[in-house]
Design a protein. Structure first.
Length: 241
Protein backbone atom coordinates (compact mmCIF):
# COMPACT_ATOMS: atom_id res chain seq x y z
CA UNK A 1 0.00 0.00 0.00
CA UNK A 2 1.17 3.54 -0.76
CA UNK A 3 1.11 4.87 2.79
CA UNK A 4 1.38 8.57 1.95
CA UNK A 5 -1.45 8.34 -0.60
CA UNK A 6 -3.59 6.36 1.84
CA UNK A 7 -3.11 8.97 4.56
CA UNK A 8 -3.86 11.81 2.12
CA UNK A 9 -7.17 10.43 0.87
CA UNK A 10 -8.28 9.39 4.37
CA UNK A 11 -7.61 12.87 5.78
CA UNK A 12 -9.19 14.58 2.79
CA UNK A 13 -12.34 12.47 2.93
CA UNK A 14 -12.73 12.96 6.69
CA UNK A 15 -12.11 16.70 6.39
CA UNK A 16 -14.62 17.06 3.55
CA UNK A 17 -17.31 15.06 5.35
CA UNK A 18 -16.65 17.10 8.49
CA UNK A 19 -17.13 20.39 6.64
CA UNK A 20 -20.44 19.10 5.27
CA UNK A 21 -21.45 18.11 8.79
CA UNK A 22 -20.51 21.53 10.14
CA UNK A 23 -22.52 23.33 7.47
CA UNK A 24 -25.56 21.18 8.12
CA UNK A 25 -25.27 21.77 11.87
CA UNK A 26 -25.11 25.50 11.26
CA UNK A 27 -28.43 25.54 9.42
CA UNK A 28 -30.29 22.62 11.00
CA UNK A 29 -29.13 22.28 14.61
CA UNK A 30 -28.18 25.82 15.63
CA UNK A 31 -31.79 27.15 15.55
CA UNK A 32 -32.72 24.62 18.22
CA UNK A 33 -29.69 25.65 20.27
CA UNK A 34 -30.83 29.28 20.03
CA UNK A 35 -34.22 28.28 21.40
CA UNK A 36 -32.72 26.18 24.21
CA UNK A 37 -30.31 28.93 25.23
CA UNK A 38 -33.17 31.43 25.12
CA UNK A 39 -35.07 29.32 27.65
CA UNK A 40 -31.97 29.09 29.83
CA UNK A 41 -31.52 32.88 29.69
CA UNK A 42 -35.12 33.45 30.79
CA UNK A 43 -34.62 31.09 33.72
CA UNK A 44 -31.44 32.94 34.75
CA UNK A 45 -33.27 36.28 34.60
CA UNK A 46 -36.14 34.86 36.68
CA UNK A 47 -33.84 33.52 39.40
CA UNK A 48 -31.59 36.59 39.46
CA UNK A 49 -28.57 34.59 38.33
CA UNK A 50 -28.14 37.08 35.48
CA UNK A 51 -29.56 40.53 34.73
CA UNK A 52 -31.43 41.36 31.52
CA UNK A 53 -29.19 44.27 30.54
CA UNK A 54 -27.75 45.56 27.25
CA UNK A 55 -24.29 44.44 28.37
CA UNK A 56 -25.56 40.90 28.85
CA UNK A 57 -26.98 40.76 25.32
CA UNK A 58 -23.87 42.27 23.74
CA UNK A 59 -21.74 39.60 25.37
CA UNK A 60 -24.29 36.89 24.54
CA UNK A 61 -24.57 37.70 20.83
CA UNK A 62 -20.81 38.04 20.55
CA UNK A 63 -20.32 34.61 22.10
CA UNK A 64 -23.01 32.97 19.96
CA UNK A 65 -21.55 34.51 16.80
CA UNK A 66 -18.18 33.04 17.76
CA UNK A 67 -19.79 29.64 18.42
CA UNK A 68 -21.66 29.59 15.12
CA UNK A 69 -18.63 30.78 13.21
CA UNK A 70 -16.66 27.87 14.61
CA UNK A 71 -19.16 25.21 13.51
CA UNK A 72 -17.46 24.51 10.21
CA UNK A 73 -13.99 24.44 11.75
CA UNK A 74 -15.20 22.16 14.54
CA UNK A 75 -16.85 19.90 11.98
CA UNK A 76 -13.66 19.73 9.93
CA UNK A 77 -11.56 18.82 12.98
CA UNK A 78 -14.04 16.20 14.18
CA UNK A 79 -14.45 14.85 10.67
CA UNK A 80 -10.70 14.50 10.20
CA UNK A 81 -10.40 12.63 13.51
CA UNK A 82 -13.32 10.27 12.90
CA UNK A 83 -12.32 9.90 9.26
CA UNK A 84 -8.87 8.76 10.34
CA UNK A 85 -10.42 6.02 12.47
CA UNK A 86 -12.68 5.12 9.56
CA UNK A 87 -9.67 4.83 7.26
CA UNK A 88 -7.74 2.61 9.68
CA UNK A 89 -10.73 0.26 10.05
CA UNK A 90 -11.11 0.17 6.28
CA UNK A 91 -7.45 -0.69 5.80
CA UNK A 92 -7.80 -3.76 8.01
CA UNK A 93 -11.22 -4.92 6.82
CA UNK A 94 -11.34 -3.96 3.13
CA UNK A 95 -10.78 -7.53 1.91
CA UNK A 96 -13.80 -8.92 3.79
CA UNK A 97 -16.26 -6.08 3.26
CA UNK A 98 -19.12 -6.79 0.84
CA UNK A 99 -19.10 -5.12 -2.56
CA UNK A 100 -17.31 -5.47 -5.88
CA UNK A 101 -15.76 -1.98 -5.75
CA UNK A 102 -14.42 0.31 -3.06
CA UNK A 103 -17.36 2.71 -3.10
CA UNK A 104 -19.65 -0.15 -2.07
CA UNK A 105 -17.10 -1.38 0.48
CA UNK A 106 -16.68 2.03 2.14
CA UNK A 107 -20.44 2.62 2.17
CA UNK A 108 -20.91 -0.80 3.81
CA UNK A 109 -18.32 0.03 6.45
CA UNK A 110 -19.85 3.48 6.99
CA UNK A 111 -23.22 1.80 7.59
CA UNK A 112 -21.68 -0.61 10.10
CA UNK A 113 -19.88 2.15 12.00
CA UNK A 114 -22.94 4.42 11.86
CA UNK A 115 -24.98 1.70 13.55
CA UNK A 116 -22.39 0.60 16.13
CA UNK A 117 -20.89 3.92 17.23
CA UNK A 118 -23.86 6.23 16.67
CA UNK A 119 -27.31 4.65 16.36
CA UNK A 120 -27.00 2.13 19.20
CA UNK A 121 -25.48 4.64 21.69
CA UNK A 122 -28.09 7.21 20.55
CA UNK A 123 -30.93 4.82 21.40
CA UNK A 124 -29.57 4.47 24.94
CA UNK A 125 -28.54 8.10 25.41
CA UNK A 126 -30.44 10.27 22.88
CA UNK A 127 -28.98 13.68 22.20
CA UNK A 128 -30.24 16.75 24.06
CA UNK A 129 -29.35 20.42 23.54
CA UNK A 130 -26.28 21.32 25.65
CA UNK A 131 -28.36 23.60 27.89
CA UNK A 132 -30.82 20.84 28.82
CA UNK A 133 -30.01 19.07 32.09
CA UNK A 134 -28.19 19.85 35.31
CA UNK A 135 -24.74 21.39 34.60
CA UNK A 136 -23.34 19.43 37.55
CA UNK A 137 -24.09 16.11 35.81
CA UNK A 138 -22.68 16.99 32.39
CA UNK A 139 -19.41 15.12 33.03
CA UNK A 140 -21.34 12.02 34.15
CA UNK A 141 -23.63 12.19 31.12
CA UNK A 142 -20.73 12.56 28.70
CA UNK A 143 -18.84 9.73 30.39
CA UNK A 144 -21.83 7.39 30.13
CA UNK A 145 -22.33 8.22 26.46
CA UNK A 146 -18.66 7.77 25.55
CA UNK A 147 -18.51 4.56 27.58
CA UNK A 148 -21.46 3.15 25.67
CA UNK A 149 -19.83 4.08 22.35
CA UNK A 150 -16.65 2.27 23.46
CA UNK A 151 -18.61 -0.79 24.61
CA UNK A 152 -20.49 -0.99 21.32
CA UNK A 153 -17.39 -0.41 19.22
CA UNK A 154 -15.17 -2.93 21.00
CA UNK A 155 -18.01 -5.45 21.09
CA UNK A 156 -18.37 -5.10 17.32
CA UNK A 157 -14.63 -5.74 16.90
CA UNK A 158 -14.78 -8.74 19.20
CA UNK A 159 -17.75 -10.34 17.51
CA UNK A 160 -16.20 -9.61 14.12
CA UNK A 161 -13.24 -11.75 15.18
CA UNK A 162 -15.71 -14.45 16.16
CA UNK A 163 -17.47 -14.01 12.79
CA UNK A 164 -14.22 -14.84 10.97
CA UNK A 165 -13.61 -18.01 12.99
CA UNK A 166 -16.97 -19.77 12.98
CA UNK A 167 -18.98 -21.41 10.23
CA UNK A 168 -22.39 -20.22 11.43
CA UNK A 169 -21.86 -16.50 10.83
CA UNK A 170 -25.31 -15.60 12.09
CA UNK A 171 -24.26 -16.52 15.63
CA UNK A 172 -21.84 -13.57 15.68
CA UNK A 173 -24.66 -11.13 14.88
CA UNK A 174 -26.94 -12.75 17.43
CA UNK A 175 -24.17 -12.62 20.03
CA UNK A 176 -23.51 -8.93 19.40
CA UNK A 177 -27.22 -8.14 19.59
CA UNK A 178 -27.65 -10.07 22.83
CA UNK A 179 -24.58 -8.49 24.42
CA UNK A 180 -25.63 -4.94 23.54
CA UNK A 181 -29.17 -5.62 24.74
CA UNK A 182 -27.74 -6.70 28.09
CA UNK A 183 -25.54 -3.60 28.20
CA UNK A 184 -28.57 -1.46 27.44
CA UNK A 185 -30.16 -2.59 30.69
CA UNK A 186 -26.94 -2.72 32.73
CA UNK A 187 -25.79 0.82 31.96
CA UNK A 188 -27.55 3.55 34.00
CA UNK A 189 -29.97 5.87 32.28
CA UNK A 190 -29.79 9.63 31.86
CA UNK A 191 -29.64 11.06 35.41
CA UNK A 192 -31.55 14.25 34.56
CA UNK A 193 -35.29 14.59 33.89
CA UNK A 194 -36.14 16.37 30.64
CA UNK A 195 -38.05 19.55 31.40
CA UNK A 196 -37.57 21.36 28.08
CA UNK A 197 -40.48 21.54 25.60
CA UNK A 198 -41.04 18.26 23.77
CA UNK A 199 -40.99 19.88 20.32
CA UNK A 200 -37.58 21.41 21.06
CA UNK A 201 -36.10 18.07 22.17
CA UNK A 202 -37.60 16.07 19.30
CA UNK A 203 -36.59 18.68 16.71
CA UNK A 204 -33.04 18.78 18.02
CA UNK A 205 -32.75 14.99 18.03
CA UNK A 206 -34.16 14.59 14.53
CA UNK A 207 -31.82 17.26 13.17
CA UNK A 208 -28.86 15.66 14.94
CA UNK A 209 -29.68 12.25 13.47
CA UNK A 210 -29.91 13.73 9.98
CA UNK A 211 -26.62 15.63 10.17
CA UNK A 212 -24.64 12.74 11.65
CA UNK A 213 -26.15 10.30 9.15
CA UNK A 214 -25.18 12.58 6.28
CA UNK A 215 -21.66 12.77 7.72
CA UNK A 216 -21.25 8.97 7.65
CA UNK A 217 -22.75 8.77 4.17
CA UNK A 218 -20.40 11.50 2.93
CA UNK A 219 -17.38 9.94 4.65
CA UNK A 220 -18.04 6.56 3.08
CA UNK A 221 -18.86 7.93 -0.36
CA UNK A 222 -15.94 10.37 -0.60
CA UNK A 223 -13.37 7.88 0.69
CA UNK A 224 -14.72 5.21 -1.65
CA UNK A 225 -14.54 7.48 -4.70
CA UNK A 226 -11.01 8.65 -3.84
CA UNK A 227 -9.84 5.10 -3.16
CA UNK A 228 -11.38 3.92 -6.41
CA UNK A 229 -9.68 6.73 -8.33
CA UNK A 230 -6.20 6.72 -6.79
CA UNK A 231 -6.00 3.11 -5.54
CA UNK A 232 -3.45 3.29 -2.70
CA UNK A 233 -3.36 -0.52 -2.76
CA UNK A 234 -1.67 -0.44 -6.15
CA UNK A 235 2.01 -1.43 -5.92
CA UNK A 236 4.29 0.67 -8.05
CA UNK A 237 6.00 -1.44 -10.65
CA UNK A 238 9.71 -0.98 -11.22
CA UNK A 239 11.38 -1.55 -14.57
CA UNK A 240 14.14 -4.17 -14.46
CA UNK A 241 17.59 -2.78 -15.29
Amino acid sequence: MKTSLFIAIVLLSGFSAGVIHGLLNLFMVEPFLDTAIGIENKNMFATGEAADTPDFWVEYYSYRAWQKGGQILAGAILGTSVGSLFGVVLAYSRNVLPGNNFVKKTLALALIMWITVYVIPFVKYPANPPTVGDPETIVLRQTLYLAFIAISGFAAVGFYQLYKRIDKKLLAFIGYGAFMTAMFFVMPGNPDPITAPEDLISGFRISSVITVSVFWLAAGLILGVLWQKFNPDKIKQTTPQ
